[in-house]
Design a protein around this ligand. Sequence first.
Ligand SMILES: Cc1cc2nc3c(=O)[nH]c(=O)nc-3n(C[C@H](O)[C@H](O)[C@H](O)COP(=O)(O)OP(=O)(O)OC[C@H]3O[C@@H](n4cnc5c(N)ncnc54)[C@H](O)[C@@H]3O)c2cc1C
Length: 539
Amino acid sequence: MIPRYLVDFQLADLPRIEKDVIIVGAGIAGLFTAIKAAETSKVIMITKKSMLDSNTRHAQGGIAAVISDEDSFAFHRQDTLIAGAGLCTPEAVDALVQEGPDGVRDLIAMGTQFDIENGAYALTKEGAHSHRRILHANGDATGAEIVRALSEKAAAHPNIEIWNDHFVIDLITANNECFGALVQKSDGHRVFVSGKATVLCTGGAGQLFRYTTNPDVATGDGVAIAYRAGAYVRDMEFIQFHPTSLCYPGAPRFLISEAVRGEGAVLRNMKGERFMSQYHPQLELAPRDVVARAIVSEMEQTKSTFVYLDITHEPAELIKHRFPTIYEYCLSYGLDMTTDWIPVAPAAHYMMGGVKTGLQGETSVGRLFACGEVSSTGVHGANRLASNSLSEAIVFGRRIVEAIEQLSSPVIPEDIGCDRHRTNSSNTAVVERRLKLQKIMLRHAGLRRSMTGLTKGYEELQRQLPVLDTHLSKREEYEFANLLVCALLTTQAAMERSESRGGHYREDFPERDDLVWRKHMDWHRETGMVEESIDGIGV
Ligand SMILES: Cc1cc2nc3c(=O)[nH]c(=O)nc-3n(C[C@H](O)[C@H](O)[C@H](O)COP(=O)(O)OP(=O)(O)OC[C@H]3O[C@@H](n4cnc5c(N)ncnc54)[C@H](O)[C@@H]3O)c2cc1C
């Protein structure tokens, strides 16, 4: 079994800092929830690097909300349910679509400047959206603008204390109630931060895979921390791979937004041939998982590690105006999108599952909430509709703050602690371990899965488990431990789900099976897996 705590401690011996609300993470979920909560509470926001290190800052396309008169809640709801492939929670989707516009107004009031065209907010359309409803900022730099505005607001707020470069190791719990977090400060000392509510806003787990669009910080910490604390974790088999990330020697897997294909870019294999007509009638704008698998097939057939994205037939000025960030980024590697085909390949992008929450963002552990990519609210089901994740964070952030206001101060037992037999750290460098895990996940639990591969991957991962019984003290070691927990949960869930649906594709079970599999799997550290059925008619 995964151990309850990663390190030994006695609560009574730790320095204690008391706040009302503890926010772990400073992406959109953390920043937004912190600013809202600070209207009535003393808040501490803890982030393991700086406020600039998050998935949020890399978001390009935009944020989905029903703003246009031609759009409606019913359309946004339907698009979200179709993308979710029968596993969305309808009430969560209703909350998202109906409260999204108010959340966007809050973002604007907090200083976010979305792009304006002809006196109105510019709205674009992305794959699988039936109407124009994506607000964006500075063309393709929406996340950076949101982080700029919200981090300025949070930094200036008298009720918000910000701890950068601090690592939340575990949650302090007793009797299924959370009293705060065990935090390692930047100088290595550990403290107990207590509060009446703790909100995990720790983002996703793209670093599970060798190739990802996510930055280094996306190591699934919140999922592993919550799982160790006894919260239910759900839908971990559903990972969205983005079809088009830059694949160029020396360059990170920078995202080339779907909007580029939306503006007319086509995919070509190594021979220069367009190929999507062999895979889907919607060609390059087919669902993301279909495009990603088609690209991998072409890469295999042509014995290449990439395919090309070609937008050279569009006017150069349009490309530069619409995609300034992507254009400049590619140019920094000597690739001019207006004249060159861009080498691209799929990469892990978004975690649909996470810590299971109810409609107020509450987890199955008292006083513990989860918001943003770390949570499984039921909005995304088996696959996320593009640009719904930023909206989800603000809608559920608002709801969490309302729920926290109802909480009284906790009585914290003094006798909480952990004292396990631990061996010394292993000799294998943590960097090597992380790389090995990422390769296992890519090979066996990636875009195309099978029972044979998953079983092999699971066995290889299990061989790493003794690491959890060693003395851990560095951020990278905690991150590896958390990645390992997430990797095991992902492979286990993927082995169980003997069908293909949304972000989970099994070569040995290529069809969707609604008779058996229209349900979630909820995972608990002590009690194992329970199945959660879904009411109502699926889409
Ligand atoms: C390249 C890219 C493009 C995207 N484009 C879009 C888009 O256009 N529209 C859209 O809706 N979505 C998009 N997404 C997805 C979206 O950006 C994320 O889902 C969303 O930003 C997640 O926000 P978050 O606040 O939940 O997490 P994050 O923004 O990832 O923030 C996580 C925070 O938690 C902190 N943290 C984590 N673990 C710990 C720990 N143990 N201790 C302390 N701090 C910790 C991190 O330091 C960080 O501050 C994109 C994602 C990527 C990677």
